[in-house]
Design a protein around this ligand. Structure first.
Ligand code: ADP
Ligand code: MG
Length: 605
């Protein structure tokens, strides 16, 4: 009982539950047939918006094809029901399958496009389908559309009165909400969150961005088709209006106003917009203006939608709800990758990459031995970060070869390289600010364990993969000495702690090789030594470590071997002592005529 109360009182659940109860009471006891029709339309729009949330909210891609999927669903229902007399059990699955098929076919070329081009391409698809619907009038009825679509017929049970249609549509809405919840609640949903916030970090953590975008697009098509089918049965006609841009704008407005990632947002947005239109109708010709002003004010005042605004209001009035507790036990990241031993875990041969006129990497070759800690040094702009980007697959080199554990990874995409066992941190921190440190670290498992849309949908109860990812994250946080702050949102943590969160996240992937890009930047000397000790324990576990660093105090305490880059070339490699004395290294650091002391001298003596 008390668990139920604390569930109710956290976040904005209480007002949402009360509002849902009020809505149900209104629908069951007070709604007249006209209200029932309006509520039925609301339910259909909720399905449309829930689908749109996958692609627009979760995947962060502005698709303008949602109305197209809706229209196709409607036309398929219209055609199959009027020409072949098929009932709902046939029309409904076909109306979902057709837009899904279109989404699958166009996904491959379209999803590769960058943001604006993606939106334009989806708009183009919509226009083509609209033209087809108008021109192919023998079948679609042209501009007049297809009238006389029968009511929902469930194998002989015809839903002819408005009340049963209302209940039926809203039970499908519940199913839609449930599927959306299953997809987004766990590690799979976290992968969406990471991809939306930070694509670079996502692919470096093994998240297959193409797969997620594809899944979101296909889901949006399925929901769009379902909504379109219901609409056709409910209003008994399908016309080009079901496909046009006005409907797309309505869908977009509902999503933005309700909240783009929340199920409650979809319901709130759909109901509000449908009712706003009804209420403002008394204004006759001015209704579009009033409707537009209302929509615009919500957009400006509540950029995260009404559900987001409610949440902020709650925080303003009552402060944060109690932070969730960290998991009670921790679990080490599985390191299956370490079972096999290699002489050289990584070999780079003649790696070359230019940007315009700049040769960022110019024939770089080196080997990494299994389990060693290597310092990668060199003046600013010498190509250190670029080299890490090539190894981790974020850049593809122009020529040359990188082999990792005996396999050529030169042209493998970043998420594959990550899954093979190379983890990294970034010179400029890549964390999701509004997630807790624990969840940021847990995202390390999103690419490895979090895949599988079907599994997400069909697993009942809490997502055990997310729970396990959190236990692994806690162990990694303990190793980095940040277990006491793991429940804080990352955005509020001090810089040095955020760097440690990134290192912990890299370790939580269970890597064979970690690449750390200036992990000690911004730390004081004491913190640097502490971090060096912790990194040494990774090597003791058999993990190979590459540390990019300027600070030789830090490196002296850590690295067995140094590699020095200058202007994209390896100018020295060997023991720290030998590299420090190398005339080429001294020259590179001093530059011609510069009077800066060599950091080597400053650091070690
Ligand atoms: P370091 O990490 O050693 O300071 P970088 O690898 O960041 O150096 O940069 C090496 C060179 O490559 C610099 O001249 C930099 O300006 C250039 N560079 C790196 N990334 C890009 C990019 N994405 N586009 C253009 N130039 C780049
Ligand atoms: Mg750099």
């Amino acid at each position: 009982m008390s668990a139920l109360f604390s569930w109710l009182l956290s976040g904005i659940r209480l007002p949402l539950v009360l509002a849902s109860v009020a809505l149900v009471i209104y629908a069951v006891f007070f709604a007249n047939p006209y209200d029932m029709r309006i509520l039925t339309l609301c339910g259909i729009y909720v399905l449309l918006v829930l689908g749109f949330q996958f692609v627009f909210g979760h995947a962060g891609a502005v698709s303008l094809a949602q109305a197209t999927f809706f229209g196709i669903g409607g036309y398929i229902t219209g055609i199959v029901a009027t020409y072949f007399g098929a009932g709902f059990l046939v029309t409904f699955p076909l109306s979902i399958a057709a837009p899904v098929l279109l989404a699958v076919v166009v996904a491959v070329p379209v999803l590769k496009l960058e943001e604006h081009y993606f939106s334009l391409a989806t708009l183009g698809i919509g226009l083509v389908v609209l033209l087809l619907a108008i021109q192919w009038s023998d079948i679609t009825g042209g501009t007049n559309g297809l009238p006389g679509i029968p009511s929902i017929d469930l194998a002989g049970l015809v839903l002819s009165d408005r009340r049963s249609v209302l209940y039926f549509v809203w039970s499908l809405v519940l199913v839609g909400c449930l599927i959306s919840y299953q997809v987004t609640r766990g590690l799979y949903g976290r992968a969406f969150h990471l991809m939306r916030e930070d694509r670079v970090a996502a692919s470096a953590l093994g998240v297959n961005i193409a797969h997620l975008r594809f899944a979101a697009f296909v889901l949006s098509a399925a929901y769009g088709g379902a909504a379109g089918a219901l609409m056709a049965h409910v209003i008994h006609v399908v016309s080009p209006e079901n496909l046009d841009l006005a409907l797309m704008v309505t869908c977009l407005t509902m999503t933005v106003i309700g909240g783009r990632t929340r199920i409650a947002g979809a319901i709130l947005g759909a109901i509000l917009i449908v009712f706003l239109r009804e209420w403002f109708r008394v204004l006759e010709n001015y209704y579009m203006i009033a409707y537009g002003v209302a929509a615009l004010s919500v957009l400006i005042l509540a950029p995260y939608g009404l559900v987001g605004a409610l949440e902020r209001l709650r925080v303003l009035l009552f402060g944060h709800s109690q932070r969730p507790k960290p998991p009670s036990v921790s679990e080490q990241a599985p390191q299956a990758a370490l079972a096999e031993k290699y002489d050289h875990i990584l070999a780079a041969r003649d790696v070359t990459l230019g940007f315009g006129g700049v040769r960022a990497l110019d024939g770089v070759s080196f080997d990494l031995r299994d389990g060693e800690i290597v310092g990668l040094i060199g003046p600013n702009g010498s190509g250190k970060t670029t080299l890490l980007n090539v190894i981790s697959g974020l850049y593809v080199c122009e020529h040359g070869q990188v082999t990792f554990r005996g396999q050529d990874i030169t042209r493998s995409p970043a998420h594959i390289i990550s899954r093979r066992g190379i983890a990294r941190t970034f010179q400029h921190i890549h964390l999701v600010d509004d997630l807790s440190a624990l969840d940021n670290i847990a995202l390390a498992r999103a690419g490895i364990d979090g895949t599988g849309l079907f599994k997400s949908i069909t697993t009942i109860g809490g997502d055990r993969r997310l729970e396990r990812a959190r236990r692994i994250a806690l162990a990694a946080a303990e190793r980095l000495g940040i277990a006491n702050v793991v429940m804080e949102p990352c955005g509020g943590l001090p810089y040095g702690t955020r760097r440690r969160v990134e290192v912990a996240r890299a370790i939580a992937t269970g890597p064979a090789l970690v690449l750390l890009d200036e992990p000690a930047a911004g730390l004081n000397e004491q913190e640097q030594l502490d971090l060096a000790e912790r990194i040494k324990t990774f090597a003791a576990d058999g993990i190979t470590v590459v540390v990019v660093e300027h600070n030789l105090v830090f490196l002296a305490a850590l690295a067995e071997r140094l590699i020095c880059l200058d202007r994209g070339k390896v100018i020295a490699a060997g023991s720290p002592d030998a590299v420090r004395r190398d005339p080429g290294v001294i020259e590179a650091y001093l530059g011609l005529g510069a009077s800066e002391p060599l950091p080597v001298a400053a650091g070690v003596s």
